[in-house]
Design a protein around this ligand. Structure first.
Ligand code: 13P
Ligand code: SF4
Length: 319
């Protein structure tokens, strides 16, 4: 506790001295989220993290999350210095969508509107017509579908398939997935449901279809926290990264949250739903980057000019 207090005090001092603001994702550790909240920073989902970066006046943004979040912040704020606690914080969706292969896939389907998830590199975004996040995917695809557009969706096939089922749009899917959400197992969740018949099931749409089928609510991280506060239940089974429990408990302290199991029949692993890359963000790595000023995100200006378009288009659509 003493060490945490000392690190927190040091972070506060360094942020102030450098006119820096901390922006963190819901999947980072509770300590990191607490520091962001206590220092005038921000904790949210990927869409709101991008929005916040453009609205705050700090000259440096410290992005605690994974690499695509730092890149998006830099693309939207080229004049700001953007640092990350650990540049090794990747994402399996981003890694599973190499820009050259993706460009070739798009070239094969020139009749389709290209929609890419936020969880992609700047080079992949540069090839897209639109960026999407889980919080806005349904609204965006409904809009494109109503205009008669056919869609190429990348990289998360589970999220894309959910959007396809919900909207009826013609969607061609790239074959990517999130290592955390893909591990949730329907039979384990069904068993938990039987043990807790009064619990509602909250699921992030990066999960497989058979898991989504068991959900009482499907949505983004922000949507899941809101559902925990507003839905008329005292107990919830939650299928998303367990970093989210910090804000869920803050939002509804009197309610009970149960982690959805990630193993199949007979598996004992019930608490392994945590992104290994999000876990690279900690108070120590935060102090380190603030002291050294390294781990800066750079995006080539020519690439930035193209990559900003699908992101800005989404922010305008979301307004
Ligand atoms: P959202 O916070 O936008 O729901 O995204 C979840 C995610 O996997 C970010 O890595
Ligand atoms: Fe990527 Fe999944 Fe980690 Fe989110 S939780 S950063 S989608 S690997």
């Amino acid at each position: 506790a003493d060490e945490k207090a000392a690190l927190t005090a040091r972070i506060r001092e360094l942020l102030k001295a450098q006119n820096a603001t901390l922006v963190a994702h819901y999947y980072t550790s509770p300590e990191l989220q607490e520091v962001a909240d206590a220092t005038g920073g921000y904790v949210s989902d990927s869409l709101d993290m991008a929005r916040f970066g453009t609205e705050c006046s700090a000259s440096t943004l410290i992005v605690a999350g994974v690499r695509f979040m730092g890149e998006t912040a830099k693309i939207l704020n080229p004049e700001k210095r953007v640092l990350m606690p650990d540049l090794g914080a990747e994402c399996s969706l981003d890694l599973g969508c190499p820009p050259d292969e993706f460009a070739a896939f798009c070239d094969q389907h020139p009749d389709r509107e290209v929609v890419v998830y936020a969880n992609t590199s700047a080079a992949v975004k540069a090839r897209a017509d639109w960026m999407a996040t889980s919080g806005i995917a349904l609204d965006l695809v409904k809009h494109l579908h109503a205009e008669g557009k056919k869609i190429l969706w990348a990289p998360d096939r589970h999220l894309g398939a959910w959007v396809q089922r919900e909207t009826g749009a013609d969607i061609l899917l790239w074959d990517g997935s999130c290592v955390v959400h893909e591990a949730f197992k329907a039979d384990g969740i069904a068993r938990l449901k039987a043990e807790h018949p009064d619990a509602l099931v909250l699921v992030h749409p990066e999960s497989p279809a058979e898991v989504v089928a068991l959900a009482d609510f499907v949505g983004s991280t922000t949507g899941i926290i809101k559902a925990a506060r507003e839905l008329p239940a005292q107990k919830f089974i939650v299928a998303t990264d367990n970093g989210i429990f910090h804000k869920m408990r803050e939002a509804a302290p009197e309610k009970t949250f149960i982690e959805a199991p990630t193993g199949g029949k007979g598996a004992t692993c019930v608490s392994c739903a945590h992104c290994p890359w999000m876990a690279m963000n900690g108070l120590r790595s935060l102090v380190g980057v603030l002291e050294r000023g390294d781990n800066e995100i750079f995006v080539d200006p020519a690439l930035r000019e193209r990559a900003v378009q699908p992101i800005q288009r989404l922010l305008d659509f979301a307004r």
